[in-house]
Each structure stands twice: as structure tokens, then as C-alpha cells.
Design a protein around this ligand. Structure first.
Ligand code: AMP
Length: 394
């Protein structure tokens, strides 16, 4: 990927700096923030901009998926309050996203202010990339910084639209994320091992295809592995399968052979009688009997995967090895996560579920990079250029 300008290239002194952050944090039923990782991840850029003499910071983010304009559940006020605590300074939270009232409030805020405008997705044009909305957003700042890695695969007004209208740069988080994936994809120390898991093989086929061009070993687990096994004629019982992807998967298996990539698939499984946390479960090797479904990789598979991971100098992991949310089927994901954490090479974890698993098992401190963006990291692994990043290069 071609480099993009960082904040050191942007003249921010005495300027209103409009910053797209990713404050799309998980909330519990009462609306309380259950994980503020994404807010913390933006702090280095915000501190750096203030230190470099920015007159005001105007922050914008989305939260959740409001369907039809303003929705009380998705107001950014709780996020602003948490940000104020973490930043150690007041944050002025506005009830609107754009418009004269917002412009006036920003103008009259004292120098050094941090202003958080309302959820950008309350504006219907946001996800459509409406040029008029991009212009209204651009009026809120003199320069623009995109630090929302988790949204950079979106061609939305607040991500790419404004970047085309103002002098722009990528923030420190964006830079760190892109550098991590660059190191894996374009300058890996070898052997490079990729681990893919998760439910649907169709979501990951483009990633498989791109990774087969680059990796020495591809490890597949989780629900997506059963389509691979079926493509090889192995019995998978009632496991998750995407029949319409069998041909594509067969082509991937052939590509792995042609490229000399070692493809590791599960050889034993924890199987259940039905898809439930408390279903009767057992361990099987080889084919899965009729009526049973594979919900986790078994110990023999874990040992083979861990051995490959141990010998790696670079590892990238995306997707759980089983239904890790249920204790009975979490062992494979935990063991693979522990193997990645113990690997002395460079280790990157991307994707919402594998990050959640790494956190649940207390592994994040031992990993080289834990990505804040699920969809965005998957698109980087697919080899795509992200709209929010390409818009910064002019
Ligand atoms: P994804 O969003 O595609 O990364 O998939 C993550 C989801 O896949 C998690 O919620 C897991 O519970 C689920 N998953 C992993 N392995 C299996 C499996 N063997 N059968 C069904 N679902 C699975």
C-alpha cells in the first residue's frame, strides 16, 4: 500500500482540527459503555494535535447503526463524558452533527477546546457519501485528520468525503494499524503463518485468496473449516457448511498446493448433538458422524496448529476456532490464542471475535498488535486499499 501523510506533515498550529475518530464502543442494555478501548486508542493522536498547537479539536464519530435519523440510544454524550475523564479535560458535546448552530458553538468555544459533534450517522447522507453533507462537515474544521481505522473501509462523508475537501492526514492509530498489516503482508519475517476462523467461509474467501499469495502456512478452523473438509470428501455430519462455496474452496485448496503453502485443517473435533451450550458433546477423530456438528477443534488439531505457530516468525490471526462464546467449545480458540501469544515472532490479531477472544483469555498484552478494526482489517488482509486511506493521498 502506498504511504499516506501523517500528522507531522499537517500544519495544525492555531487551526481548528476536524478529527474522525472511531468511538463506536459497545454498550450494555442500560447504555453504559462496556469497553472503552476505542476511546483510549484515539488519545495519542488527540494529545499530539493539542501539543502541536491545534486551536480546537472537533471530533466526529458514528455509534451503532441508527436507521432513521437521531435515535436517543445512539447519542454520543456518554462517550464524550468518558473521553473527558480519559483526556483529563472538558469535552463539549453538541446535540447536532453539522449546521450553523454547530459552527457557531465551535467558533465561540475557547481556544484549547475539545468539541464532540453528534453521531454522524444521524445524518442520512453520511453512509451514502452525500457531497453536500461532506461540505457541511468540512466547514467544521480548517484541516482534517482521519484516525478512525475501524471505519476506514467505508466510503462515508466523515471518513473519505471530508478528506477530499480539506488538507488531510492520517492519525497515529491509523498509522500504527496500517504499519502492522503492511509488516505482515509485505515485509514479513518468515515463516509467515495465517490463522483464519469464524463462521462463514464466504466472508473469508477473498482473504484466503490473497493470503495464499503470501503465507508459508495457512491454518483454518471454526465453522468455515467444514466447507474445506467437505470439499475434500471428509464427512462433516450436521456441521456448518456453505454448499455453494465448495467449488471456490476446492480452487483455494488447489491454489495452496500450487503455491507450496502448507494448509492445515482440523483432523479432530468437539462435536455436539445440536447447536446449544449445554448439548451432549463428544470428541471425534476424522469424519464427523451423521447428526453431529463440529463446534470446536479437538486436541490433536490444537497440537498441530500450536506447533506451526510456535515455529513462525510472523503470525496473523483472524477468527475463532470454534463457538468460543460457549465454555464447552472455547478450548480450541483459547489454545490457539495462547500459542499465538507465546510465539516469539511478530503477532497481529484482527477482527472483532478474535480480539474479543484474546481479551477474554487475557492474552492481549502478549501480542504485538491487536487491531481496533474488524471489517477494515479484513479488507487489508484481502489486499484492498481502504477508501478512508486512499482519500488522504493527494
Ligand atoms: P465471524 O463473524 O465469521 O468471524 O464468525 C464468528 C462466529 O463464528 C463466532 O460467533 C463463533 O461462535 C462462530 N463459530 C466458530 N466456529 C463455529 C462452528 N464450528 N460452528 C458454528 N459457528 C461457529
Amino acid at each position: 500500500m502506498k504511504p499516506f501523510p501523517g500528522i507531522d506533515t499537517l500544519d495544525v498550529a492555531q487551526k481548528r482540527v476536524l478529527v474522525r475518530v472511531d468511538f463506536n464502543v459497545p454498550q450494555d442494555d442500560s447504555g453504559a459503555i462496556s469497553d472503552d478501548t476505542r476511546i483510549r486508542a484515539a488519545l495519542p493522536t488527540l494529545h499530539a494535535l493539542l501539543e502541536r498547537g491545534a486551536e480546537k479539536l472537533v471530533l466526529m464519530s458514528h455509534l451503532g447503526r441508527p436507521k432513521d435519523g437521531p435515535d436517543e440510544r445512539y447519542r454520543l454524550l456518554p462517550v464524550g463524558l468518558r473521553l473527558a475523564q480519559l483526556l483529563g479535560r472538558e469535552v463539549l458535546c453538541l446535540g447536532e452533527t453539522v449546521g450553523e448552530g454547530v459552527e457557531r458553538a465551535i467558533r465561540s468555544a475557547p481556544a484549547g477546546s475539545v468539541v464532540l459533534v453528534e453521531n454522524v450517522r444521524f445524518e442520512k447522507g453520511e453512509t451514502k457519501g452525500d457531497p453536500e453533507l461532506s461540505k457541511r462537515m468540512a466547514r467544521l474544521g480548517d484541516v482534517f485528520v482521519n484516525d478512525a481505522f475501524g471505519s476506514s473501509h467505508r466510503d462515508h462523508c466523515s471518513v473519505s468525503g471530508v478528506a477530499h475537501l480539506l488538507p488531510s492526514a492520517g492519525g497515529l492509530l491509523l498509522q500504527r494499524e496500517v504499519e502492522a498489516f503492511e509488516r505482515v503482508l509485505h515485509a514479513p519475517e518468515r515463516p509467515l503463518v495465517a490463522i483464519l476462523g469464524g463462521a462463514k467461509v464466504s466472508d473469508k474467501l477473498k482473504v484466503v485468496d490473497n493470503l495464499l499469495e503470501r503465507v508459508d502456512c495457512l491454518i483454518v478452523g471454526g465453522g468455515m473449516a467444514y466447507t474445506f473438509l467437505k470439499a475434500q470428501g471428509i464427512g462433516i455430519g450436521a456441521s456448518l457448511v456453505q454448499e455453494d462455496q465448495i467449488e471456490n474452496v476446492r480452487a483455494s485448496i488447489q491454489k495452496a498446493e500450487a503455491k507450496g503453502v502448507k494448509l492445515l485443517l482440523p483432523t479432530d473435533h468437539v462435536v455436539a448433538e445440536r447447536f446449544a451450550a449445554d448439548a451432549a458433546a463428544k470428541h471425534v477423530k476424522g469424519s464427523i458422524p451423521d447428526g453431529w456438528m463440529g463446534l470446536d477443534i479437538g486436541p490433536e488439531t490444537v497440537a498441530a496448529y500450536a506447533a506451526a505457530i510456535e515455529g513462525a516468525r510472523t503470525v496473523v490471526w483472524n477468527g475463532p476456532m470454534g463457538v468460543f462464546e460457549w465454555e464447552a467449545y472455547s478450548k480450541g480458540t483459547e489454545a490457539v490464542g495462547r500459542a499465538v501469544a507465546a510465539c516469539s515472532g511478530y503477532t497481529v490479531v484482527g477482527g472483532g471475535d478474535s480480539v474479543a477472544a484474546a481479551e477474554a483469555f487475557g492474552l492481549t498484552e502478549s501480542l504485538s498488535h491487536v487491531s481496533t478494526g474488524g471489517g477494515a482489517s479484513l479488507e487489508l488482509l484481502e489486499g484492498l486499499d481502504l477508501p478512508g486511506i486512499s482519500a488522504l493521498r493527494r
